[in-house]
Design a protein around this ligand. Structure first.
Ligand code: PEP
Length: 249
């Protein structure tokens, strides 16, 4: 059975004082849900040192092991700082940093080589959703960015429609279900049913306490990647609780 996952992405938010929010989540590490927070890289070492039971992840990594890449961080450095996961392919990196599917595949492989697990994000724009090309776009992203060698142990996929990120807009349960079923089927046709059945599929985009239960009841939704509502423990905790209470899909 796939272990459910509640992952928080703090993005470029948080300083030392924010570690109090992480400490407040401590009790949430006890349920059946794997709870992960990806703070900015500046806080990874301190966050991991708190030993809250909350898994700590990074938001990006470079694809090289080391070298002349000013300002970048390798997957090995992030693992050394205490990260267990890294997010790759977030739409903000695809857009703001021009990351291609090939870049994301390279980062994912580098993360695995350093012993990190990966949450790899895919998602369509509003224009693509309205054009009816969502599934085509997602299939291409999966093909280009998910490397060979993927397993339920090293890969989590997050479906994050770009138009739902930070906007308060959320796809219908039917739309989320259609995409998650499609992602699972695509993974199965490439990696086989066993591997596809072990890869967790998260939904991301404006998840909050008030919509979490409905989203988590959708078949093939194994959890959420949460941005804004992960910054405060009081916002994130009800989402983790809703996931704990959700049926196994
Ligand atoms: C995200 O950026 O990964 C995200 C899901 O953000 P939000 O929850 O704020 O929409």
């Amino acid at each position: 059975m796939r272990r459910k996952m509640a992952a928080g992405n703090w993005k470029m938010n948080g300083t030392q004082v924010s570690l109090a929010e992480l400490a407040a989540l401590q009790g949430m590490a006890q349920g059946t849900v794997e709870t992960l927070i990806c703070p900015p890289a500046t806080l990874i070492y301190a966050a991991a040192g708190l030993k809250t039971g909350i898994t700590i992840g990074a938001q990006d990594c470079h694809s090289a092991e080391s070298g002349a890449h000013t300002g970048d961080l390798s997957a090995g450095m992030l693992a050394d700082a205490g990260a267990a996961y890294v997010i790759t392919g977030h739409s903000e990196r695809r857009q703001d940093h021009g990351e291609s599917d090939a870049d994301i595949a390279a980062k994912t492989k580098a993360a695995w080589a350093a012993g990190l697990k990966v949450i790899l994000c895919v998602g369509e724009s509003l224009e693509q959703r309205e054009d009816g090309t969502t599934l085509e776009v997602l299939a291409a992203q999966l093909k280009g960015s998910v490397p060979d060698g993927s397993t339920g142990g090293n890969l989590v996929i997050a479906y994050e429609p770009i138009w739902a990120i930070g906007t308060g807009k959320v796809p219908t349960a039917q739309q989320i279900g259609e995409v998650h079923r499609f992602l699972r089927t695509e993974l199965a046709s490439r990696f086989g049913d066993d591997i596809a059945g072990g890869v967790r599929l998260l939904y991301g985009g404006s998840v909050k306490a008030s919509n979490a239960a409905e989203i988590f009841a959708v078949p093939d939704v194994d959890g959420a990647l949460v941005g804004g509502a992960s910054l405060k423990a009081s916002d994130f905790m009800p989402i983790v609780s809703a996931l704990n209470a959700a049926p196994n899909t």
